[in-house]
Design a protein. Structure first.
Length: 518
């Protein structure tokens, strides 16, 4: 728990006096309701355009009527799955699982590596495949889509798909380098692979995943440092390498001190150079720079600023480097100065990426300015959805849903309701003692369960520490396997909370629950 300006804060929820706490929780409840409804409508809107023959989701709605791994699966389908987890379990266990089975049955082209499936011909889009394209698509599907699903849901059919993709990516990796054969040298694909392999190593304990992640980190930190080039892309399709290296760095710091010491100078050199030439006076990051000369290659700011700063916070945690944390604090402190900046020209995807980065950072560094900016930006982003449920009609719509879920869960402090309904309002606020106060309201009578988040980094991924990382869903109020919580009606065991508390509400009789670990 942190104290800012004399006020208790957890994840930037300001502590309210007892008379105001339920009002604040209700306000947060409407924010979360709006976001959950947006995700539900996103699913329904896009399912109307599913291929009638296969049920697969097209890449885009105005053109590109085919399924592919890097876009359809990674960006759109995966967050239809997670949206269904919260809003429609029947959809999750029905059509969402059927799509997973179908795409593997039809689209796997080389072992478990998928290729584009053209709806018009019901065949692969091209007569021949390109291995580098298969590897790129599989790496995107695993990192952007299946990895977040696994972080939230734990072992599942989707995590099995992720593991299979990674094993076959490396099976067909044939690029000769100073560190041996690897699947890719690009900042994007190699960054994807480092992120996935690092988390898979923690999750499975399989030494092979650790070796693969170390091989790629060695390639960059010893031979091809990303800032020793004429072009560094801090935007999407390039920034993945910064986060990927930081995730491998965690493994080295926690388990291999000699490797950690070897890599530390290069890692710090890269991050220092990004701070020197890659940011403006408010701490936002440019999309592309020339690290050698310090010149900006574009004038626009990247919506992936938070993704890059994840790495700074991670290295700060591992090396106890206050300067890197201060750089993140500076960006969050000044973010309101850029509240009307049009990310990616004003696209919902640009707002989604920028908002996601902010939410993930303020999970670690609570700051009132960041919270105000997050609410402001979420309102803009959610307002871009059409009444059909579709947002902009391309695969970036899934990124809208991903971030809308993150925003909803910030407002509920990770709690959710089963079964979900569109009139339900679940919000959370802090009282003066630091207890989390949950309010559940509905327009119509409802009976169900209030469910709480768990320490997923520890239980689902087996990580020793919850370090900042791309496309994770931040942990807010979590309930570990044991312990006792104090409520207004008496003590509650952690086991009871993890099973979900039975709740009954009507329009005139909301449910209130105040919880604090004993």
């Amino acid at each position: 728990m942190k104290r800012v300006a004399g006020l208790l804060m957890i994840g930037c929820l300001m502590a309210a006096a007892d008379g105001d706490v339920w009002k604040q929780a209700d306000e947060r409840g409407e924010q979360s309701r709006r976001a959950f409804v947006a995700c539900w409508r996103f699913c329904q809107g896009w399912l109307q355009f599913a291929d009638p023959a296969t049920g697969l989701i097209p890449r885009n709605l105005g053109k590109d009527f085919y399924w592919n791994a890097r876009d359809s699966a990674a960006d759109n389908y995966s967050f239809m799955v997670l949206s269904a987890f919260f809003t429609d379990k029947e959809l999750l266990n029905g059509r969402m699982k059927s799509i997973l089975v179908t795409e593997q049955r039809l689209c796997n082209r080389v072992d478990r590596l998928p290729d584009d499936w053209l709806f018009e011909t019901q065949a692969f889009r091209t007569p021949e495949y390109k291995m580098d394209e298969l590897i790129f698509g599989a790496s995107e599907y695993a990192k952007d889509g299946l990895l977040p699903l696994t972080e939230w849901m734990g072992p599942s059919a989707w995590s099995e798909r992720m593991l299979g993709l990674q094993d076959d990516i490396w099976k067909h990796g044939t690029i000769d380098t100073e560190v041996g054969k690897i699947p890719a040298q690009s900042h994007e694909v190699a960054g994807n692979l480092m992120q996935v392999c690092s988390r898979m190593y923690w999750m499975t304990g399989n030494e092979e995943y650790r070796k693969r992640s170390f091989q790629l980190a060695e390639y960059f930190l010893t031979y091809h440092l990303p800032t020793d080039t004429d072009k560094l892309q801090l935007d999407d399709h390039g920034c993945e390498v910064v986060g990927g290296l930081s995730e491998v760095y965690v493994i080295a710091a926690k388990k291999f001190p000699e490797t950690h010491a070897k890599w530390r100078p290069a890692m710090h050199k890269m991050l220092d150079r990004i701070l020197e030439v890659g940011r403006d006076e408010n701490g936002l990051l440019f999309s592309r720079v020339n690290p050698k000369t310090g010149a900006k290659l574009t004038d626009d700011m990247t919506d992936n600023w938070g993704y890059n700063y994840n790495a700074f916070l991670t290295v700060s945690m591992m090396d106890n480097d206050t300067a890197y944390k201060a750089a993140v604090e500076h960006a969050l402190k000044n973010i309101l100065k850029s509240k009307d900046y049009k990310w990616e020209g004003g696209s919902s995807d640009g707002y989604a990426d920028s908002l996601e980065g902010c939410i993930n950072l303020m999970n670690r560094i609570p700051m009132a300015e960041a919270a105000e900016w997050a609410d402001y930006s979420a309102d803009i982003m959610l307002g871009k959805q059409r009444d059909t449920g579709v947002i902009e009609g391309w695969h970036g719509d899934g990124n809208f849903a991903r971030t809308a879920l993150m925003y909803a869960l910030w407002n509920t402090q990770g709690a959710y309701l089963e079964p979900w309904r569109a009139d339900l309002r679940l919000g959370a606020a802090l009282d003066e003692t630091g207890a989390v106060c949950f309010s559940v309201r509905s327009e119509w009578p409802w009976k169900g369960r209030l469910r709480f988040d768990i320490p997923r980094h520890k239980e689902n991924l087996k990580m020793p520490v919850d370090y900042p990382r791309l496309n994770q869903f931040p942990e807010w109020f979590t309930v570990p396997a044991d312990g006792v919580y104090v409520s207004d009606s008496g003590d509650l065991a952690a086991s009871a909370l993890r099973e979900g508390l039975p709740i009954t509400v009507t329009k005139d009789a909301p449910a209130h629950l105040r919880l604090k670990r004993k």
